[in-house]
Design a protein around this ligand. Structure first.
Ligand code: CA2
Length: 147
C-alpha cells in the first residue's frame, strides 16, 4: 500500500493556538486527522510529523527514502531560507509537493522566494488546511501517472 509522509516545519505546532487571524483556528492535530481521513478515502496511508529544527527535517527527508513514496512538505519559514532542505530533496530524489496554508505570493516579498519549489513536483498554497488534502491527492495522482 502506498504510504506518504506529511512533514511540517517550524512553528506549525502552534497552529490554532496563536495568531488565528493569520493562520486560522484549526490545530495541527486536526489537520493530521483530516490527512488520515483523506488517505483512507484514497486507499493509502500517511505518516505525519513536525519539527522546529532544520536538521531534523533534513533527516526526515533522508529517512523517507525507501519507506514513503513521496512527501507533502510544509517547511514553514525554512521554505524561504533552507538550501539544506533543497539539497536533501534533490539528493534523495523523493517526489515532494510543497504546501503552504497561506498564499505566500500574496504576502511579504521575503516569502515569495521558495528554495523548495525548484526541486518539488508542484506547489499548493493559499487554501488553508484544505491544502493538505489537495496536496495528498495531487501527490497520489503524480505517483500513479506522473501528472
Ligand atoms: O503558510 C504557510 O503554511 C507557511 O509555511 C507558514 C509559515 C510561514 O513562515 C511561511 O511563509 C508560510 C509560518 C508558520 C507559523 O505558524 C504559526 C502558527 C500559529 C502561530 C504562529 C505561527
Amino acid at each position: 500500500m502506498t504510504s506518504l509522509l506529511v512533514l511540517n516545519g517550524p512553528n506549525l505546532n502552534l497552529l490554532g493556538q496563536r495568531q488565528p487571524e493569520v493562520y486560522g483556528h484549526t490545530t495541527l492535530s486536526q489537520i493530521e486527522e483530516q490527512c488520515h481521513q483523506m488517505a483512507e478515502r484514497l486507499g493509502i496511508t500517511v505518516a505525519f510529523g513536525q519539527s522546529n529544527h532544520e536538521g531534523d527535517l533534513v533527516d526526515a527527508i533522508h529517512n523517507a527514502r525507501g519507506t514513503y513514496a513521496g512527501i507533502v512538505l510544509n517547511a514553514g519559514a525554512y521554505t524561504h531560507t533552507s538550501i539544506a532542505l533543497m539539497d536533501a530533496i534533490s539528493s534523495t530524489q523523493i517526489p515532494v509537493v510543497e504546501l503552504h496554508l497561506s498564499n505566500i505570493h500574496a504576502r511579504e516579498a521575503y516569502r515569495h522566494r521558495s528554495y523548495i519549489a525548484p526541486v518539488a513536483v508542484g506547489q499548493i498554497c493559499g487554501f488553508g488546511p484544505a491544502g493538505y488534502s489537495l496536496a495528498i491527492t495531487a501527490l497520489v495522482g503524480h505517483l500513479e501517472d506522473g501528472t
